[in-house]
Design a protein around this ligand. Structure first.
Ligand code: NOJ
Length: 762
């Protein structure tokens, strides 16, 4: 008995320490009292070169069901060949693989689990470009916060978001993933994404690491064709494209993803000016860099070397982790043995991955992101759904509203037609996990909300003229292609006696996004046919436009009385659409990417150059000036444009002084009046034009914006403070400077139609 009493404490101690060691093998004894650096130094000193290279590897998982521990990836984890896993689904599998890493690999280093949580995890928000149209970074921050709350219950602790590529060309299908064409707004949104995902404490169990992408310049792909080369001067890159990435670094983003494109004839994934001089040296980025999906491998296709050469090039540029390609895992050891890569360089790369894991708290508790119980509480919670719906209503842009046909008036019968009227899946966009948990699509939502009103539906048109496109891109496979004559006739019959017709047109979710470039942004004939036929009925025509990018609506616009652009609005898109159509919510959003009249105007953007032969405003075709024979230069809907059920008038722009020096400030103000009888909120925008500078200036640049609530009939003075920071640009030496001279200060509710005052910087 006595002996038992003696050995009991020892047994208990051994039990707990063994448990502890098993659960937190690396961390249990080593973490306490140690700084991150000490801990990681200690760990690195015990790792073999192969284990260090293993940390740089982010493979795909293949099929891990039904028993994740028996999968190939589990064997690789056991052998220390894996730093993280790419886009794996299912918290049980993730937990099982984490257990393999922690309990069965030699050192027990946890794996990092990354996924494309780009506009929501389960609760889905509008596509990022839609959210940007609210000009409300707090919406983006909220969406990112909720995404983190949800994703971190499902095993995910690292998201491949935000995408901050500036895009001036709507043909590029990935335009929808970013904030649009403007670097000033794009930078604000970039910061908001990072804040929302990472919160104040990255090690908390409900925050995840963000990964800004795609570094860099991916949005400027030639001809808007995905993966195509990018070529531009460095000064253009600095002034118009790189700012949002820089903003994310300033906001403390933990990781950066490279991009697929080349720049200056060098693949971005191996571009030392971008990855070393700018990202690390100029901006001081301390986190880790991951390649995009097989981007290192694709450098072989780019034609700059074989497997060993491209691995070496990317590695030497500071790409720390290889997504999917398994190029590092198979070639770095040889490069090390041949002396081309030093152990210190591998240590440096490995350290960055270990630091990220440390910052995420994975060494303290590798299972903290696998929390099904919390998941049940937060995923699709009432509060999250409410926010998703609110944010959706604030992303919808009212492009036209002749005769105030919206909000919908009292009616006995409302007809809904169009190929996108009854597809629920379409509303969620096409990133992996976002689902609608709502029982209603647009038609059912209208039926449900307009009790006592007869709401009728007929498809009326196909999605595309081309059968192959229809087949590949319809998101409702039950909606098989119909004979145009028959469906139009049916629609004509169904709309008889309707007080208003809602026509749901545009593109399906899979027609934008990665690998979904389009050379024709006009609506297809089948949709136009339906629209014209509906217009001929003489009834009010409301187009609800679903799209992931600006479309070219010159042909369609005359046949619509109202156009509400609803992008892909997420989980509760339909509820939000009806909120706006019915007037429960007054639309406020403004475009963050220019809508061309015809595809041939692309790329088209508001902050363009004047040229040496500018076109006179409002003039028709003029030979030997910069314009087209067959279309005006102006877009159909410019950046910053968006209507509301309220109407606003702007007074003259006033400056409190007309001169300032480099350390001074000037206040610009304007009186904005709500001249309607509907309370509203206007997005007031500040633009500045540097009249003369050492390199050619754009005609205007966004430098501020405010959302201002104005009751019916109310006026407010809206003010902006201008300091010399707002007047700066990168000169030909890539120095960020403000040059003395005159600046036009413009304030408006859109990038066109501005009122001006002149400011002199002394
Ligand atoms: C390729 C895409 O370019 C990138 O945005 C995405 O995060 C990765 N695939 C991972 O899915």
């Amino acid at each position: 008995m006595r002996t038992y009493l003696y050995i009991l404490p020892f047994l208990l101690f051994s039990f707990f320490s063994v448990q502890g060691k098993d659960n937190f093998r690396v961390s249990f004894d080593e973490l306490s009292g140690k700084s991150k650096k000490e801990f990681i130094d200690g760990l690195l000193s015990r790792m073999t070169i192969e284990e260090k290279i293993g940390q740089l590897n982010l493979p795909g998982y293949g099929n891990v069901e039904p028993d994740a521990k028996k999968s190939d990836i589990a064997s690789r984890i056991r052998r220390g060949e894996v730093g993280g896993i790419f886009n794996i689904n299912g918290v049980k599998s993730i937990r099982a693989l984490q257990e393999v890493a922690v309990k069965e690999s030699r050192l027990g280093i946890p794996i990092i689990i990354g996924a494309d949580v780009c506009s929501g995890y389960k609760t889905g928000f509008p596509i990022p470009m839609g959210m940007a149209c609210s000009f409300k970074p707090e919406n983006v921050e909220k969406a990112a916060r909720i995404s983190s709350e949800e994703a971190t219950t499902g095993g995910v602790c690292w998201t491949y978001s935000p995408m901050v590529d500036i895009s001036r060309d709507a043909r590029w299908g990935r335009s929808r993933e970013g904030a649009g064409e403007d670097p000033f707004l794009g930078s604000d949104m970039a910061k908001a994404w990072v804040r929302g995902y990472q919160g104040d404490d990255l090690s908390a169990n409900n925050t995840m690491m963000a990964c800004v992408k795609h570094f860099a310049l991916y949005g400027a792909a030639e001809s808007g064709r995905d993966y195509n080369p990018v070529d531009m001067s460095r000064v253009t890159a600095m002034n118009y494209y790189l700012e949002p990435y820089k903003a994310s670094i300033e906001a403390g983003v933990g990781s950066v993803m490279t991009s697929f494109n080349e720049f200056e004839n060098v693949p971005a994934t191996g571009h030392s000016w971008l990855l070393k001089d700018i990202l690390r040296d100029a901006w001081g980025f301390k986190g880790f860099v991951v390649s995009d999906y097989t981007a290192i491998q694709e450098m072989v296709n780019h034609g700059v070397g074989d497997k060993g050469a491209v691995s070496l090039q990317a590695f030497k540029c500071g790409v720390n982790m290889d997504m999917i390609a398994d190029f590092y895992s198979s070639s770095l050891i040889g490069l090390y043995k041949s002396g081309k890569v030093m152990e210190a360089e591998i240590d440096n790369a490995c350290r960055r991955i270990l630091e990220a894991k440390f910052d995420l708290g994975l060494f303290h508790n590798p299972y903290q992101y696998c929390d099904e119980e919390r998941g049940e509480k937060v995923i699709f919670s009432e509060a999250n759904l409410r926010e998703a719906r609110r944010i959706a209503t604030e992303s919808y842009v009212l492009l036209k509203n002749d005769g105030d046909v919206l909000p919908l008036k009292a009616a006995k019968k409302i007809a809904v037609v169009g190929p996108l009227a009854d597809t629920k899946a379409n509303m969620c966009g096409s990133w992996i996990d976002v689902k609608t948990n709502q029982p209603y699509g647009l038609v059912e939502e209208l039926q449900n909300r307009y009790k006592g009103v007869e709401v009728v539906y007929s498809r009326g048109a196909n999605l595309a003229d081309d059968e192959k496109i229809e087949f590949n891109f319809t998101d409702n496979k039950n909606n098989v292609r119909k004979l145009q004559d028959l469906i139009i006739k049916d629609a004509e019959k169904v709309v008889e006696g309707a007080d208003a017709i809602i026509v749901a047109l545009g593109e399906s979710a899979s027609m934008s996004g990665e690998g979904a470039s389009r050379a024709i942004l006009e609506l297809p004939e089948t949709q136009l046919d339906l629209l014209r036929t509906m217009k001929a009925t003489g009834k009010p025509i409301v187009v609800v436009l679903f799209t992931g990018r600006p479309l070219a609506l010159q042909n369609a616009e005359p046949y619509a009385d109202a156009i509400l652009n609803v992008w892909m609005g997420g989980t509760d898109a339909a509820g939000a659409i009806v909120d706006v159509l019915g007037g429960a919510v007054n639309p406020t959003a403004k475009l963050t990417m220019t809508f061309p009249r015809v595809t041939g105007q692309c790329p088209i953007y508001y902050n363009h150059k004047n040229t040496g032969r500018p076109m006179a405003e409002g003039a028709w075709f003029t030979r030997y000036v910069s314009n087209y024979i067959d279309v005006v230069n102006e877009p159909l809907y410019p950046f910053g444009f968006g209507l509301s059920y309220s109407k606003y008038e702007y007074g003259e722009v006033a400056l409190d002084k007309s001169e300032m020096n480099e350390n001074g400030t000037v206040t610009a103000s304007v009186k904005v009046t709500n001249v309607s009888d509907v309370d509203g909120e206007e997005i007031v925008q500040l633009y500045i034009h540097d009249k003369i500078r050492s390199i050619t200036p754009p005609v205007k640049e966004l430098k501020g914006y405010r959302r201002v609530a104005l009751k019916a009939g109310e006026s407010k003075i809206v003010q902006f403070t201008i300091d010399s920071q707002l007047l700066k640009f990168y000169n030909s030496e890539l120095q960020f400077v403000a040059e003395p001279g005159e600046f036009e200060v413009m304030i408006s509710g859109s990038s066109d139609n501005v009122k001006k005052a002149v400011l002199t910087l002394k």
